[in-house]
Design a protein. Structure first.
Lengths: 166, 801
């Protein structure tokens, strides 16, 4: 049994026959090859598989590919294209830049999900307090950093994105 | 380390990050090879059972299935899982890669399926029919060593794996001289390391070249190559191990696992590349666990707070089998039982016990968090008994600065330290005096506030080979390519620590280049000379020193060549700004690239100089290093719910000299938060049947961002004399220092309730129960901000505000 899905991923359209049970994360990783989205727990606890589905952060390990049909998905590979290049023209989204500047990652496995969850956080709250950042990222687990540098990375990006808007 | 540096000791951002933040890195599950098959493993649902039969016929016939094998099928072809640790009179407990005859823990592999598709492989697991005859599970380690307990392994008379003892000083005299003796039992619970990336293996065999390549998410590629070759009985040079990006380890990937050999075997047998990716549930059931000790401590002390002796008994739950270092880990607790104190007499006795659980092994800290926890809790028990400030009792027992290098009564030699220095700084940064005043005020208001301290020392930079099961040195090769670009090849294969950056800083500093000119290569046994790996906070102190020595060899060679070309004394040259300058005449210089080119064109070389620029060092450290520090924290307990909130955390760590302070800070933060996890949340729970009931992240809670306050970190710098860089190691200190600070804070908060000690984790229910039945211990009742829940219940259940 298979179903046809039509989906836009990182600005490009795809039409694919998939098994109805195929998870969105497996579709992105194994069918399309966007391996920047990681699988950490298969139970939507860890958030490593977070992607943007029509602009909202979802955990792709508990979304079926067929549920995403007709939608637009942004993975870490497509993130920088969603934001105009930052001031120094490095081609990174301000959040990617913040994680780099503030040492917001170590092993990097949670990082794509953490960054995309932060995109959602800053979309809904452009000037979050540290407490709001911590609460906003509580659906994403990191075992390396102890989160403090991640909080600073998000603060860095928030500041940068606000100054760009002005 | 040079006095004035350009890159060393500077917080450079990481070279690793651009690929990681853009989704361009490749972890093992990101690898795709043409014609690749997928592997899934059927695991035992029983903790202890006899396998009567395994019927794979339906699975074998399922769509997409290529091969199904049982333990009986592979037993003659793949050797058992190796254990490198040897303890005198230790009983053998070999584990086959797939169980045959008997399973001994929930999650032990029973059969393996290979299919053309990942989903098909997992579907087929459900079609395998296994007939088990359940046996009595042995779960509680104290009951496991009682007479009459079911015995796990054939040929054993009981479940005791080994006895180990270490004693130094006159313990009898110490206890005789003591004014007081306290005895306390402390449980250091079982933990699950939970790297965010589970384990995974890809294996590919090229029959023409007779080359097996194994990509594995491991901390020890070279040791893995040696062991996989041995397990499969193939020549070592026909196996290549590559570690792609590794998504965290914390000790859990410092091991040789069944699946690594199985994948290699299947790739050879099928002539097809195979991939196995561990699920989170498999990771919880079948990747090593950590800690799991029941410690009983007796401390002899004088009324002035001087500690005279410690008698420690450890029951270490090893699980059902030995993994690579399983039996060794508890002995590190014995080694570090003196803590950062001058204790004249210490005896540690360890009983290693086999139970129907996953093996314990090295989890971040590995034996030292257990030692620090029991020593630091003990010091607080002494302080509480004597009604003294815990900071003062600590100070009283520190060795003097002139005692260093300090030899503990059990023969461990601490390299260098300034314990009062780090304690003073931590007290100052935390405003300790004021914290105590605020605590007194809070208690009067009926608030349950606790302050916790720990001063720790740990043993790391593992280590001299004499003390390590598989060698304790590390290798580095430095190659300066003809263009002047530098490659550093390190055997210390990192997995998030940032050596690609810190070693590049080292190379740039020594050769007068930019960090961008220095590339760090690791994790490929076909390219990198044999190495030991990254664990035990050793990568910088041992691996970094090896890189330093290899760099110095090439700098010396370049200096001779430059001196020859410039007509200058090689001893009077400085490497800086991509040039080699004369010290006496800075106008006289030669570009670095020109000297490098001369080494390769080899037309004008000094007599007897070989062409090329390539140097390898195997650095053997003379001792371990001993980082130390002092942590202070404040907790408040909600008396209505038992919820423990961490309000403040101050950490002062001393890991000697530092190559990149940003990386050290990251290690410290991460370590403290893993300690927080142990103290507050984490506990691997097996029920009476040996079922792991915390078998997913839904049931095993690790810290989230919102659980934590801002952590304030600082450092003192006491260089280690053990290596020329003066570095000690920073990977595990946070985990070692923080757990007891948090535990001491909770015990301090609960002291008005008559609580002397409470075991981790400090979950609400446990803490709430401890506070029940104690009437109004804090302040005057009418001053209460929040009435205790017990009072409400006495009030007919109505909420009084």
């Amino acid at each position: 049994m298979s179903a046809e899905i039509q989906i836009r991923v990182n600005g490009k359209s795809y039409e694919t026959q998939v098994e109805p049970r195929l998870l969105l994360v497996d579709y992105l990783r194994e069918v399309l090859g966007f391996t920047g989205t990681h699988v950490g727990c298969e139970t939507s606890i860890c958030g490593a598989c977070t992607v943007l589905l029509d602009g909202k952060a979802v955990k792709a390990c508990t979304v079926l590919a067929v549920q995403a049909s007709g939608s637009e998905v942004t993975t870490i590979e497509g993130l920088s294209a969603t934001a105009p290049a930052t001031a120094n023209g490095n081609g990174l989204h301000p959040l990617q830049e913040g994680f780099w500047e503030k040492h917001g990652l170590q092993c990097g496995f949670c990082t794509p999900g953490m960054i995309l969850a932060s995109v959602e956080l800053l979309r809904t709250n452009p000037s979050p307090s540290q407490t709001e950042i911590r609460e906003g990222l509580s659906g994403n687990l990191c075992r390396c950093t102890g989160y403090q540098h991640i909080v600073q990375a998000v603060e860095y990006a928030a500041k940068k994105m606000k100054s760009r808007k002005r | 380390m040079p006095a004035a540096t350009r890159y060393l000791g500077k917080p450079l951002k990481r070279k690793e990050d651009p690929r990681l933040i853009q989704g361009l890195a490749h972890y093992v599950d990101d690898l795709v090879l043409p014609g690749m098959h997928h592997v899934a493993i059927l695991r035992s649902p029983y903790a202890h059972a006899q396998i009567r039969s395994v019927d794979v016929s339906k699975a074998q016939a399922a769509p997409g299935v290529v091969l199904v094998l049982t333990g009986a099928d592979v037993r003659g072809s793949i050797g058992s899982i190796p254990c490198a640790a040897q303890i005198p009179d230790m009983k053998a407990a070999p584990r086959p890669v797939l169980a045959h005859e008997r399973v001994r823990f929930v999650g032990e592999g029973v059969a393996v399926v290979v299919a053309t598709d990942r989903y098909a492989a997992r579907d087929a697991l459900d079609l395998i029919e296994v007939e088990y005859e359940p046996l009595t599970p042995v779960v509680d380690p104290e009951k496991a060593i009682e007479k009459g307990s079911t015995v796990l392994h054939e040929g054993h008379k009981d479940n005791v794996a080994y006895h180990w003892e270490l004693e130094g000083g006159d313990l009898k005299a110490a206890f005789k001289k003591a004014d007081k003796v306290i005895k306390q039992r402390m449980v250091n619970q079982r933990l699950i390391p939970t790297a965010m990336e589970t384990r995974g293996v890809v294996a590919d065999y090229k029959p023409g070249e007779r080359q097996l390549t194994v990509w594995s998410s491991t901390q020890i590629p070279h040791l893995l190559r040696t062991q996989v070759a041995a397990m499969l009985d193939v020549p070592e040079h026909s196996v290549r191990v590559i570690t792609p990006e590794v998504g965290g380890g914390f000790g859990s990937k410092l091991n040789i696992y069944a699946e690594e050999a199985l994948a290699g075997y299947l790739a050879i047998r099928l002539g097809k590349p195979v991939k196995w990716i561990e699920t989170r549930r498999e990771n919880f059931q079948g990747t090593i666990h950590g800690r799991d000790q029941i410690d009983t401590v007796e401390v002899a002390f004088k009324n002035d707070g001087t500690i005279l002796g410690l008698r420690i008994h450890v029951i270490a739950d090893l699980g059902a089998y030995y993994q690579l270092l399983t039996p060794l880990i508890p002995t590190l607790t014995g080694l570090m039982a003196s803590g950062c104190y001058k204790i004249p007499a210490i005896r540690t006795e360890i009983t290693g016990v086999l139970t129907n659980k996953m093996s314990t092994d090295a989890y971040r800290g590995a034996g030292r968090p257990e030692a620090t926890y029991l020593v630091e809790r003990t010091v607080d028990l002494v302080a509480a008994e004597l009604k003294k400030d815990p900071a003062e009792v600590r100070r009283k027992n520190f060795p003097k600065l002139s005692d260093f290098p300090y030899a503990t009564p059990t023969g461990v030699i601490y390299d260098s330290a300034n314990y009062p220095g780090s304690l003073d700084l931590a007290l100052k940064l935390s405003g300790y005096k004021k914290l105590r005043q605020e605590q007194a005020k809070a208690r009067k208001q009926g608030r349950c506030v606790g302050i916790g301290l720990s001063t720790y020392v740990e043993i790391c930079a593992m280590g001299p080979s004499s003390a390590m099961p598989a060698g304790g040195w590390e290798s580095a090769t430095v190659r300066i390519e003809p263009s002047g670009m530098v490659n550093i090849l390190t055997g210390a294969s990192p997995h998030g620590q940032g050596q690609e950056t810190s070693f590049a800083q080292l190379g740039a500093e020594i050769l007068g280049l930019e960090p961008g000119d220095v590339n760090v290569i690791h994790g490929d046994t076909a390219i990198v000379p044999y190495g030991i790996g990254t664990f035990g906070s050793r990568a910088t102190a041992v691996g970094g020193t090896a890189a330093y020595k290899a760099l110095m060899k090439l700098r010396d060679k370049l200096a001779v060549l430059a001196g020859f070309l410039m007509g200058e004394n090689p001893g009077k040259l400085v490497f800086s700004d991509m040039n080699i300058f004369s010290k006496t005449n800075p106008k006289k210089s030669i570009p670095f690239g020109e000297v490098v080119a001369a080494a390769y064109t080899a037309k004008r070389l000094p007599p007897n100089m070989e062409p090329g620029l390539d140097a390898t060092t195997f650095f053997e450290p003379s001792n371990f290093t001993f980082p130390f520090g002092a942590h202070v924290c404040v907790v408040e307990i909600d008396q209505e719910t038992g919820d423990v909130k961490l309000l403040k955390y101050v950490a002062v760590d001393d890991c000697g000299n530092v190559l990149n302070p940003l990386l050290v800070e990251g290690q410290t933060h991460g370590g403290i938060v893993q300690a927080f996890g142990q103290a507050m949340l984490e506990e691997a729970v097996y029920d009476e049947q040996g079922q792991l009931i915390t078998g997913e992240l839904t049931d095993y809670a690790i810290p989230r961002a919102a659980d934590l306050p801002w952590m304030e970190t600082d450092r003192t710098v006491t260089p280690s004399p053990v290596n020329p860089l003066g570095v000690k190691g920073a990977g595990e200190a946070g985990t070692i220092g923080a757990t007891p600070a948090l535990a001491n804070a909770v015990a301090d908060a609960l002291s008005p309730f008559g609580v002397r000690h409470v075991d981790m984790p400090f979950k609400r229910e446990k803490i709430w129960k401890l506070m029940q039945g104690v009437r109004a211990p804090l302040g005057a009742r009418q001053d209460r901000v929040r009435a205790p829940l017990g009072a409400r219940q006495n009030n007919g259940g109505r909420r009084s505000k």
